[in-house]
Design a protein around this ligand. Structure first.
Ligand SMILES: [Zn+2]
Length: 266
């Protein structure tokens, strides 16, 4: 089993410490293989890092209008299915199950704070500024803030398909973004610049070899990547090849829209 001491030693071998500001992604399997579960992992990060956040996204407030922008990766005919199950966003709304158990543990941890975006919120501990920087117009602001302060991504037993910060590099490169809508206490709000698909992100691993650090603990890999390097590499790559990092899944509406936009502009 993983324990507190093994976690702290792993962070130190990744050269993470009290100076570190982190966006972390943790697999549910890793949580279940840790003595004390998520509380031990969160406790180890509280003792070692200055600030850490994790995605606590939720689709529950999603609302669909009957008409909207074309090529938006969504079928407006699904309006009825969406809207009958929508819930107002509030800070106690659980994060999506697909994010794994760690996200919910972070959201519910004593003194953790949740950022305000109704669909793409993060929860974190440490400094509040990263979370407070987010708005409905700027869902990536917490990642921007962390990058400005030399933050890192920490992937624990998970791969780049969960590495949400890659989407921020895509946005900065000018890649097509998507519009969504959310039910909030202020009414239905339009959420611009929502990300596309991450299924093709693992091809970035080879380009990370010069900047990432990796350590294996009891068969589980922990990988740290400086955010600023990650964002620069993604931006440069997508500008050079506008089809970079898209997935090959037939029928992926998001990736096919991005490909179509490239064909139109070239
Ligand atoms: Zn895709």
């Amino acid at each position: 089993m993983i324990n507190y001491r093994k976690l702290v030693n792993a962070y130190r071998s990744l050269e993470l410490g009290s100076h570190s500001r982190i966006i972390v992604h943790v697999s549910t399997k890793f949580v279940s293989e840790t003595t004390g579960g998520a509380d031990t992992i969160i406790g180890s990060m509280l003792s070692e890092f200055r600030t850490f956040i994790t995605p606590t996204f939720t689709k529950k407030p999603s609302i669909l209008p009957s008409i909207g922008p074309a090529d938006n990766g969504i079928d407006y005919k699904d309006q009825f299915d969406f809207n009958t199950t929508a819930e107002f966003f509030h800070s106690e709304l659980p994060s999506d199950r697909e994010l794994g158990s760690f996200a919910e543990s972070m959201r519910r941890y004593p003194n953790s704070r949740r950022s305000p975006h109704p669909l793409f919120s993060f929860s974190g501990l440490g400094e509040d500024e990263a979370l407070l920087s987010q708005s409905i117009e700027d869902l990536y602001a917490p990642i921007h803030w962390l990058a400005d302060f030399d933050g890192d991504v920490l992937l624990i037993d998970t791969d780049h398909r969960r590495n949400f910060s890659i989407h921020y590099g895509e946005k900065l490169s000018g890649r097509r973004q998507f519009t969504r809508w959310a039910l909030t206490e202020h009414g239905i709000l339009q959420c611009p610049d929502c990300p596309g698909c991450s299924d093709g992100f693992n091809v970035i691993q080879d380009r990370m070899s010069g900047v990432s650090r990796r350590v294996v603990v009891d068969g589980f890999q922990l990988q740290s990547i400086p955010l600023r390097d990650l964002i620069n590499i993604v931006q440069g790559w997508v500008r050079e090849d506008p089809r970079a990092l898209l997935c090959d899944t037939t029928g992926c509406s998001h990736c096919s829209i991005v490909r179509s936009a490239v064909r139109v502009s070239t």
